[in-house]
Ligand binder design. Sequence first.
Ligand code: OVM
Length: 410
Amino acid sequence: MQMIAGHKAIEPPKGVPVWDIDPYAPDILRDPEPYYAELRSKGPLVYIPKYAVLAVGRYAETREVFSDYTRFVSSRGVGLDDFKHTEAWRPPSIILEADPPAHTHTRRVMIRAMSPRVAAAQREMFTETAEAMVDDLIARGAFEAVTDFAEAFPTTVFPKAVGMKDANPRHLVDYGAMVFNSVGPDNELRRAALRNAPQIAGWINSACARDRLLPGGMGETLYAAADAREITHDEAGMLVRSFLSAGVDTTVTAIGNALWCLAMNPGEYDRLRADPALAKPCFEEVLRFTSPVHTFCRTADLDTEVSGLPVPEGAKMLCVLGAANLDPEEWGDPEVFRLDRRPKGHLAFGVGIHGCVGQNIARAELEAVLGALARKVARIELVGSAVWRPGNAMRALDSLPLRFHAAREG
Ligand code: OVM
């Protein structure tokens, strides 16, 4: 079998346009909107010879492919590597990289571990932490928002919510970079992220053990599910690993992207300030507008069709969530960031049985951050250039120099 980028090298299917582009080129990852627009304009499916994949960027088809778990499976990996033919860089996740019925079982436990009640129990800690950080940043004058706020907040509150005894912000951030860059091709981004994989993955795996977790945390609830025989103790450890894989880099990216949206759209920030209850719709619009996870894959597990076009078994389907979330056919004026959009159906958390199981926690974190800003900061000033960091799955900032101007206390 002819392989390319870790999967079966499919031929361009009849009727599918061929586009000679590298979607993982750093310049495209830094400024993806023109690529998104061209991808959508070419048709419902586009064949990309460089990786022999089919890319999907229109809203309707992206939603269809991303959610149809019977035809487009996750167990063969959600990156370019097809786990049927190429060994995964780590033992596959038992929730992200799994299909029903195994997935159904682990997902049920994770839904309970991150229920609305669990998220509500963390809100006070999230809010107190966000307020203290914002006060400190106001006092600092100019600061680097990526490290000093976007990374600082989740790496402080998330290990506490999980109940980790071993908090190491650097390792958590580096592990996130490994997980999210590993879904791309074997490019420099993936190689750089995986360079220290043995050490960092080793630290992460140790931190997932039961004796490294405190009673009352989200991690311990998974081991309690093992005591109740719903999952095995090994599975509990694997699901704690999923917390640490998916819970840090995502919210780091979301906070940076939110600050960028608000710095670039001061009129919308004024609206949030006037009504801090808009934190919730503000976060949803940040998700739609910036799509922190811009691309994940599925694998066609049989010969099938999408919008009447043939898709062969083994095809890697690049689901370009960032393109779908900016599709004018779905959103009308997608290029406008506005808090009153209430973008129901955006794909930033995915959709269907694999839709983000941590979204209650993510929303609680972002609402705490946006609420603290709205109450304490009169104006978010960009004091240098915002620089994007290319990522194989994440659209995140590398640098965001900001200044928070204090609101009069009231
Ligand atoms: C995991 C996981 C879950 C969601 C996202 C993710 C790619 C990882 O279970 O390890 O990042």
